[in-house]
Design a protein around this ligand. Structure first.
Ligand SMILES: Cc1cc2nc3c(=O)[nH]c(=O)nc-3n(C[C@H](O)[C@H](O)[C@H](O)COP(=O)(O)OP(=O)(O)OC[C@H]3O[C@@H](n4cnc5c(N)ncnc54)[C@H](O)[C@@H]3O)c2cc1C
Length: 424
């Protein structure tokens, strides 16, 4: 079983390691979508004096492993968002994610990033025989967020997806899907062409605050920066406990899984008559999409336990066969996992510590658009001194209690999985 399909289909950038001392205006730690979007946001506001330090390679974390769905919203669902911060702020934050979807689309076009963009939208397929709840979700999005998710009845859904499993769907036409690692690399190439320096294999080992600057040390180099942005996602581990421990303690690294089948050729059309990406209405939902080379990328489940690619493949293939039993003889060729970073409240954590360090973390399993949003608001704050959107200040950095928090997250996932099972 091969591992990450995206890596296997994307040439490495082979960027240098940091082996010198550099002075810079902004240093970003982490070359995932949050770090890259911050650097792009700065560049687009005229700030080129930026260094990105990446422990492994561009897109090594969740950003180069994900499902490739690009849609509005956060890991926290919209109804809870309204309950927690009120309608006005919830609408503002949700709109920022829709703006981020458009910004990603614009950057793909403007920077000519070849990332297998597919504009067929995203389908939320109803797992339950309960049309009312689907229509309720559509009406809610229309009334509260002015967003149109088009209802597809059971027949239309079954004409598009050749399975008896679903009872209708909602189609989010503005959403799209893409090859996330190609997008990450495309952003990195644009940044480098404009003068931003990106170093791979350059893990930040310590952060030291001095009078007017912050010193970041890697194994063989150092960066002295006026501003530092921490964008390490679920891979933050023990980054600089002396200064940033508050951040590492506030996120849980939770794994989720993906596999890619062999190429299906003409047979793909007998399974999916649409190239839209699909997820379903369960809490513990499947997500999948056809890819440009006629494979199906299939993802799902979350876990605090490590799994080998073979174990991931066995789990996901069983999930796929529940929906498409006709794919029984189809082989999975790639299987991998990735770490998401979750705050206790399931909302992104975007802000500035008292010691001046900026951070963008906690995007969970719904982070492609929100990381871009984070890059925008941090770039506006650093470049123009603009305040961060108020809605985010409601969501601070509550402790997640390490292993205990992980266990609680796993138990709550199992509880919701059981609820989905009993409801079906
Ligand atoms: C399998 C999977 C499927 C998903 N599917 C979707 C989806 O379809 N749609 C969606 O919207 N979201 C999805 N998500 C969520 C989304 O991918 C993430 O929320 C988003 O990519 C997070 O980006 P990030 O930049 O915060 O973190 P990451 O992409 O994890 O990047 C963090 C980077 O920081 C680096 N780093 C860590 N520590 C250091 C250090 N000390 N020094 C230097 N560098 C460091 C890491 O090496 C890593 O490259 C999925 C996530 C996973 C794991």
């Amino acid at each position: 079983m091969k591992s990450n399909y995206y890596q296997a289909t994307t040439p490495s950038l082979n960027l240098p390691e940091l082996i010198e001392t550099l002075e810079t205006q902004v240093c970003v730690i982490g070359a995932g979508f949050a770090g890259l979007a911050t650097a792009l946001g700065l560049l687009e506001r005229g700030i080129k004096n930026v260094v990105i330090l990446e422990a492994e390679h561009v897109g090594y974390g969740a950003s180069g492993r994900n499902g490739g769905f690009v849609f509005g919203g956060f890991s926290l669902d919209q109804a809870q968002l309204i309950r927690q911060i009120g309608k006005t702020k919830a609408r503002q934050l949700y709109q920022l994610t829709l703006d981020a979807v458009e910004l990603i689309r614009k950057r793909i076009d403007q920077y000519q990033i070849d990332c297998e963009l597919d504009e067929s939208g995203v389908l939320l397929a109803n797992w339950f025989d309960d049309e009312k709840s689907l229509l309720k979700a559509r009406d809610f999005m229309r009334a509260e967020f002015d967003v149109e998710w088009t209802h597809w009845n059971r027949e239309k859904t079954r004409a598009a997806l050749n399975t008896d499993r679903y009872f209708g769907a909602l189609h989010e036409a503005q959403a799209f899907h893409f090859h996330p690692l190609k997008y990450a690399n495309g952003c990195a190439q644009k940044l480098r062409a404009a003068g931003v320096q990106i170093f791979e294999h350059s893990r930040v080992l310590s952060i030291e605050k001095q009078a007017a600057k912050t010193c970041l040390r890697t194994a063989n180099g150092q960066v002295n920066a006026q501003h530092v942005v921490i964008a390490c996602g679920g891979y933050i581990e023990k980054l600089a406990p002396e200064l940033a421990s508050q951040l590492a303690r506030a996120v849980l690294p939770i794994a989720t899984y993906v596999m890619a089948t062999e190429a299906l050729g003409d047979r793909l059309a007998s399974v999916m008559q649409t190239t839209a990406a699909v997820y379903d209405t369960r809490f513990a939902f499947d997500y999948y999409r056809p890819m440009a080379d006629t494979r199906i990328l299939w993802g799902g489940r979350i876990s605090i336990f490590d799994k080998t690619p073979e174990q991931v493949q066995a789990l996901l293939q069983a999930d796929m066969l529940k929906v498409y039993p006709q794919l029984r003889d189809v082989k999975a060729e790639f299987a991998w996992s990735g770490l998401m970073s979750y705050g206790r409240h399931k909302m992104p954590q975007i802000g500035q510590l008292e010691n001046g360090l900026w951070y963008a973390l906690g995007f969970g399993g719904h982070g492609v658009a929100p990381t871009t949003l984070a890059g925008e608001v941090l770039a506006q704050a650093i470049a123009n001194g603009r305040a961060l959107p108020q809605g985010f200040s409601h969501y601070g950095l509550p402790r997640t209690f390490g292993p205990l928090g992980m266990l609680a997250a796993q138990c709550s996932y199992w509880y919701y999985e059981l609820r989905d099972y009993l409801r079906a």
